[in-house]
Design a protein around this ligand. Structure first.
Ligand code: BG6
Length: 484
């Protein structure tokens, strides 16, 4: 299967924070891979802007090294890399002062698509936005891209939205949640809304419950300072897992367009019931002989921030009332495995005797690794001796079904950056959506603080604290195994 490359218009993309971690690990490698895929038109340019005193040659060296380190197999093509780097420029800029702005004004071409990636701390959003206008660099058609964390609660998210709204229309603002750029996440919509098969069953009449798991093997490592102020609730649940929940639970939009999709997602968030205290379990990984504990990584021996969270939530609307959603995410777990499992109810009548009741259809959507979908169906065990039932997976691992190139398909950042250039906001969060997500998250976090709740310790390489299993057991259910 050969993937089709849809051309984009020529562009100038300015990356503020152009020497930072995100730029080096994600943004530039993604742009380079799109260049290799012939999706960056000849006369397009990427301009890194930061405080460091580089000239363009020095900057190209930094970016070239980053691409070699993080760009995957495409980065081995020296000729291509050289060509790409010729399109990379640098400007030393003082985000809060006046240095460098007139240079930048001379570099950004008004007749092309222009986009400004704010890969900087949120405290710099206001000065950057102001200067882009003062120096007449941004126009009515410019796009700006912002990253998470988009605030740390409802008030700060509102402030950030307010700051951006002073200078840009909502149609110009692209708030990235990189989970929306993942191939399988988009496939979720294709499967739900491109087939007639699932939609009639996609409700509380047929779905017993839904599990969303994002398990990581990495710890918080060098990000302890940031992470300890956030925890898994703010770092993962409020955004990534919330987005997955929205895509699973939303009503079919009438069209696959930015506002059609986002209107439906907002309705889901607004229908989420508050989480009651005994429906949330938090955990922290413990030290092993060779590895630090969460508290060591966070640099606070008394930290109460969670590196794991499991919770049960309900959506009070016609479709989902009575079907719980279980969300779980954590660091230093048994395996890196993210999946959504839609667990259907038992068949209403067991004509094969009691055994039939134990078999359930489960649709598993695997986000990473081995992207794909599996539908567990019940069949007769082959051979004589009566009707013994077994479950077999109808397995669609994308790399097997569609060819190995899918394994090398565009990653989340490639896809999302190209959507910015195309001017397609469908996979970006709208301001009201982010605020609604915080409005639901804030009381959960506040409740934890008010109860002086202490996270439960869990073993590195485990599935999290035992209480997370109890959360399910109490309801007569169990988590699926975490495995790659
Ligand atoms: C980030 C979080 O947004 O997503 C990290 O801040 C987390 O803590 C990461 O590790 C997970 O992303 P992915 O794509 O590796 O699943």
């Amino acid at each position: 299967m050969v993937s089709r490359v849809i051309p984009v218009d020529s562009f100038d993309l300015v990356v503020f924070g152009g020497t930072g971690d995100l730029a080096r690990r994600k943004i530039f490698p993604a742009l380079y891979r799109r260049y290799v895929a012939c999706q960056m038109p000849e006369d397009s340019c990427v301009i890194g802007a930061a405080r460091t005193d580089y000239d363009t040659a020095e900057y190209r060296k930094v970016i070239g090294d980053a691409i070699r380190e993080f760009g995957g197999s495409a980065a081995k093509e020296d000729k291509k890399l050289k060509e790409f780097l010729a399109r990379v420029h640098y400007v030393k800029i003082d985000a809060k002062g006046s240095d460098g702005w007139s240079d930048l004004a001379g570099m950004v071409r008004k007749d092309l698509v222009n986009a400004f990636y704010f890969s900087v701390a949120p405290g710099l959003f206001a000065p950057l936005a102001e200067r882009l206008h003062e120096h007449n660099i941004a126009s009515q058609t410019s796009r700006i891209v912002v990253e998470k964390p988009f605030g740390r609660d409802l008030d700060s998210a509102k402030d950030l939205n307010g700051i951006l709204a002073r200078h840009f229309d909502e149609q110009q603002i692209y708030r990235i949640d990189h989970y929306l750029g993942k191939e399988t996440v988009q496939n979720l919509m294709a499967v739900r809304f491109g087939n007639i098969l699932f939609e009639p069953l996609w409700n509380s009449q047929y779905v017993d419950h839904i599990q969303i798991t994002v398990a990581e093997t990495v710890g918080v490592g060098g990000r302890g300072g940031y992470y300890d102020k956030s925890g898994a609730m703010r770092d993962m649940i409020q955004n990534h897992l919330m987005q997955l929940l929205c895509l699973i639970a939303m009503e079919p939009p009438s069209r696959f367009d930015p506002n059609g999709v986002r209107d439906e997602k907002v309705k889901v968030i607004k229908a989420l019931e508050p989480v009651v205290p005994h429906h949330i379990v938090r955990g922290q990984y413990e030290a092993t002989k060779t590895q630090p504990s969460y508290r060591d990584d966070a640099g606070d021996p008394k930290s109460r921030t969670e590196s794991f969270v499991a919770l049960k939530c309900n959506i009070s609307n016609w479709r989902w009332a009575g079907t719980p959603f279980y969300l779980r995410t954590g660091k230093k777990l048994k395996a890196r495995a993210s999946e959504i499992a839609v667990v259907f109810k038992d068949a209403p009548h067991a004509i094969f005797g009691q055994e039939a009741g134990r078999h359930r259809n489960i649709l598993v959507i695997r986000l990473q690794p081995n992207e794909g979908m599996t539908l567990g169906v019940t069949i007769k065990e082959p051979g004589p001796g009566g009707m013994r039932l077994i479950d077999v997976p109808l397995d669609m691992t994308f790399a097997e079904a569609l060819g190995p190139e899918v394994a090398d398909a565009a990653d989340a950042y490639e896809r999302l950056i190209m959507d910015v250039i195309r001017g397609d906001q469908t996979l970006f969060m709208r301001g009201d959506e982010v605020e609604a997500a915080w409005k639901w998250t804030d009381p959960v976090v506040q409740g934890i603080t008010d109860r002086h709740d202490v996270p439960k310790p869990y073993r590195v390489g485990s599935t999290g604290p035992d209480d997370a299993n109890l959360l399910m057991k109490r309801d007569g259910r169990e988590w699926r195994e975490i495995r790659e």
